[in-house]
Ligand binder design. Structure first.
Ligand SMILES: Cc1cc2nc3c(=O)[nH]c(=O)nc-3n(C[C@H](O)[C@H](O)[C@H](O)COP(=O)(O)OP(=O)(O)OC[C@H]3O[C@@H](n4cnc5c(N)ncnc54)[C@H](O)[C@@H]3O)c2cc1C
Length: 484
């Protein structure tokens, strides 16, 4: 049976209103933040769990690929339906229930991450994982990518908060992994296998999330350094002193230059920088939070460290003042487009001793390719966003960007790091998977995939098959997060 006939059968089973085949619906579900577009045959909007089971059963019976979609903010192409077929759209599954005495949230996968935290806040509770896309991305997408965020070094990543999952095996059977309990070691831990599996091992329909007490106070610092190496050395000194900042963000001088140009004013007043006022600083943004007494102690410790190692620093415990200090971090990603109309945005991780070699290597790539390599990221856990800026219409620059990123990935593995720390492999990192993993490791992963998804229905082609992204021109669309 062709995909077309299978889609008609699905529409007859679920109801025509739940199976969209118009061009606009299919196009909007064809790409994520990478803008690499692969058209599905239909977009399925299930109303209940029986609809999901029926969709998966039909997909298995007729060999139709199914790609699960949350908010489509993924940055590796993982929710793009690479082989067409059906997109199972769960963005409208948004129910959130808070069990305050148990400090748990029971949420449907389409719930927006910021909405989960807002619901927790109403009870004095906190859902800490905070990807920068927190206002846009969904819990289902967060779990499927094991999303990290700015506060990960102190509070951990998405995985650390998932107590239980419900959903469907690729073959359509309902399953429950873990539950509303703090301990659970019954049988294999397939919950953790689903987390970070990028929609290839199951469809999540409900998550039970752990909540923690909401921090009552915070103190924010912005520090200027003469060069990138000085900033990174200072970050490692802070961590070595057993500080646990909730935020420790690094911005290299290329990144700060872009933000200053976009904003039209310097990050630090020139008088604060003294004799190095003509040199754009490298920056660290530090935040400590928690009980007021603990924050007071941590603030004193960070202030002492800042006075010793930074060229200058600003700090505040006031929310409005903190927002001003955050401005450079919030604007830097879009500001980079001054350096090229396209960017390769990587999310690599390196161990502590790799920070300085890594930043030096970004400059080596800049020198070798002639392309800017602005870098910022989470210095507390070594997860850096390295960018290569290029002009998409210039074939020579595309080639140089491609070469530059391959060299970068090799370097990351050589430094003992990971080619992705939060976005996942998806399509865009598929060419590098085997730099990180041996054939035996990949074979073990594929054995799991085949065991759970014998017909290869869920997200075929993702992660394991090498896709040459340079053969696919990104679509020109404005996405909700582009203005930030
Ligand atoms: C501006 C911006 C900033 C970002 N910052 C960060 C950051 O700081 N940290 C970070 O980790 N990421 C970040 N991201 C990437 C992205 O927001 C995350 O990967 C997020 O977790 C994706 O969620 P989503 O709902 O958009 O998922 P989608 O893009 O819709 O899907 C992502 C993956 O999850 C799968 N999936 C979605 N829902 C389900 C489900 N119910 N069951 C099974 N699989 C499912 C999809 O198949 C796909 O593989 C950023 C993205 C943007 C645009």
């Amino acid at each position: 049976m062709s995909f077309f006939e299978a889609t008609r059968l699905l529409a007859a089973t679920l109801g025509a209103g739940q199976v969209r085949t118009d061009e606009a619906s299919r196009f909007s579900a064809s790409f994520d933040n990478t803008r690499l577009s692969f058209m599905p045959d239909a977009v399925v909007l299930p109303q209940n769990e029986a609809d999901i089971a029926a969709t998966l059963r039909l997909a298995n019976a007729h060999g139709v690929p199914v790609t699960v979609r949350g908010a489509g903010s993924g940055s590796a192409g993982a929710s793009a339906p690479l082989r067409g077929g059906w997109v199972l759209h769960l963005a409208h599954w948004t129910r959130i229930e808070i069990n305050a005495p148990a400090s748990m949230a029971i949420v449907q996968p389409g719930a927006i991450t910021a909405a989960v935290d807002a619901a927790a806040a109403a009870h004095g509770l906190f859902y800490p994982p905070d990807p920068s896309s927190v206002k846009y991305c969904s819990i289902g997408g967060n779990i499927a990518t094991n999303a990290g965020g700015l506060r990960a070094a102190k509070y951990g990543v998405c995985r650390d908060y998932v107590l239980g999952l419900e959903g469907f095996l690729p073959t359509g059977e309902f399953v429950r992994w873990g539950g509303p309990v703090r301990k659970y070691v019954s049988g294999y831990n397939i919950k953790d296998l689903w987390i970070g599996s990028e929609g290839t091992l199951g469809v999540i329909t409900k998550a039970i999330l752990k909540l923690v007490p909401r921090p009552q106070a915070r103190h924010t610092f912005l520090l200027a350094f003469d060069c990138d190496e000085a900033a990174l050395d200072a970050a490692t000194t802070l961590l070595a002193g057993h500080s646990t900042p909730s935020v420790l963000e690094f911005l290299d001088t290329q990144t700060v230059t872009c933000a200053e140009r976009k904003n039209g004013f310097p990050v630090f007043p020139p008088e604060a920088l003294g004799s190095s006022a003509t040199v754009t600083p490298s920056v660290l943004l530090v935040e400590v939070d928690g009980h007021p007494a603990v924050v007071a102690e941590e603030t004193a410790r960070v202030r002492e460290w800042a006075a010793k190692c930074a060229r200058a620093f600003l700090d505040t415990d006031d929310a409005v003042g903190a927002e001003k200090l955050w401005n450079v971090r919030r604007t830097c990603s879009q500001a980079m487009f001054q350096l090229g109309n396209a960017k390769l945005n990587e999310d690599i991780v390196v161990p502590l001793e790799g920070y300085v070699p890594l930043i030096r290597f970004t400059r080596e790539i800049k020198a070798r390719t002639g392309l800017a390599t602005p870098t910022f990221g989470h210095a507390a856990d070594g997860n850096f966003h390295i960018h290569i800026m290029y002009n998409r219409d210039d074939p020579a620059q595309c080639r140089q960007a491609e070469e530059g990123i391959l060299l970068m990935m090799k370097k990351v593995v050589e430094l003992g790091g990971a080619i992705t720390g939060e976005h996942g492999i998806g399509i865009t990192k598929s060419p590098f998977l085997r730099l990180q993993h041996t054939e035996a490791e990949v074979a073990a992963m594929l054995a799991i995939k085949h065991a759970l998804d014998p017909n290869g229905i869920l997200a075929p082609g993702q992660i394991f098959e090498v896709t040459n992204v340079w053969e696919h021109r990104p679509v020109q669309v404005t996405l909700p997060w582009d203005k930030h």
